[in-house]
Design a protein. Structure first.
Length: 358
């Protein structure tokens, strides 16, 4: 199955009309035509895909020229006919593809395209995409198993990072004991909170607080070591420095507290939707992430260790030929260790992730 990005490219997202249509052109020409500097990495990635599928030809001396004609409506219909269960993702590809020229030139903000009232496409993807649903269910199943033996007289303290539209929240809340759960719903923007408060009004154990994981949580009103579980669905990669962001997440956890996160591993797949956001491309750790926000599966173990986690496991993963390139990752904070330091040898009285079959 072709990636969703192919759909967006074939929709003519980069239109070669006007002064560059049919001519040899360079990235500088596109900038002169109005493409924003901050989104040039997205343009370069899409140009490479366009070359792969014969829409453009890359010239040996640099630049490109148009060599094929996009057939977006035909391609979209073919995908819908062949994979109707992925209708939400095809709709997302069409929506982003139609909006992309305006986003690239700054006429429309990527945030409005993904989260605006006119088309809350991100919420639809989070809530209804089969691949993300599969992985979210795997994360919830692991959390339920981990909490099965939780002491009846012990409060359960959970914080969700980057809760956004509440897609993952809606899946986990019904499985938590309301009489002893304290759940903090966070996002870097409090703009998500009014809708979340209305959606989850029946769950009276929620609190809502802004949290920027790129900054020290203790300077944002949070107490170090005050949570047993931190969860995040497609949120950790949004930090400018992912290792430091994970250290900040570890700061929030009590000794042997656990992090459970769902993360995509391929930049071209993630960028299909979220590459229209400036923040996707503003990572400061470019030695680790030179071409986008996502980490490969192989990178996660060492990054988690550097951030202060003593054990990590891929609880559920879909091979690329079976589904989206993503995993549910679980990690335990090192006992008594400051995030990023060498863990001390102490007895562990908390749960530790158990690797599942891969």
């Amino acid at each position: 199955m072709s990636s969703i990005l192919d759909s967006a490219v074939a929709r003519g997202a980069i239109k070669l009309d006007g002064p560059v249509g049919g001519q040899v052109f360079s990235l500088d020409d596109l900038k002169s035509a109005g493409v924003r500097e901050s989104l040039c990495p997205l343009v370069e990635m899409m140009l490479a895909i366009a070359v792969r599928y014969g829409l453009l030809t890359a010239r040996a001396d640099g630049g490109w020229c148009q060599s094929g004609t996009p057939a977006p409506e035909e391609l979209l219909q073919d995908r819908l006919n062949e994979f109707p269960e992925l209708i939400v993702m095809w709709q997302a590809a069409a929506w982003v593809g139609r909006s992309l020229p305006s986003v690239l030139t700054g006429e429309v903000e990527g945030l409005e395209v993904l989260f605006g009232e006119s088309g809350p496409i991100a919420a639809q993807v989070y809530n209804h995409d089969p691949g993300l649903t599969y992985l979210s269910d795997a994360a919830v199943a692991y959390i339920r198993a981990a909490l099965a033996d939780w002491p009846a007289d012990r409060p359960l303290r959970i914080l969700e990072i980057g809760a956004g539209t509440g897609g993952f929240t809606a899946r986990i809340l019904p499985h938590l004991p309301p009489e002893r759960t304290h759940y903090v719903y966070t996002d870097v923007s409090s703009a998500f909170f009014p809708k979340a408060e209305a959606r989850f009004a029946a769950f009276n154990f929620l609190e809502y607080h802004a949290l920027d994981l790129s900054a020290d949580p203790t300077e944002q009103g949070f107490v170090a070591g005050s949570f047993d579980l931190v969860v995040a669905s497609n949120a950790l990669h949004t930090t400018t420095d992912i290792t430091q962001g994970l250290r900040n997440a570890a700061t929030l956890l009590d000794d042997n507290g656990q992090l459970v996160a769902l993360e995509l591993h391929t930049n071209s797949y993630v960028a299909t939707l979220f590459g229209i956001l400036d923040s996707f491309w503003d990572s400061s750790d470019t030695d680790l992430r030179p071409a986008g926000a996502a980490l490969t599966r192989d990178q996660w173990t060492s990054v988690l260790e550097q951030a202060g986690f003593s054990a990590s496991a891929f609880l559920s993963a879909q091979p690329e030929h079976e589904g989206i390139p993503a995993s549910v990752i679980a990690a335990a904070r090192s006992t008594g260790a400051q995030p990023g330091s060498t863990p001390r040898d102490q007895d562990a009285d908390g749960a530790t992730p158990v690797p599942a079959d891969r």
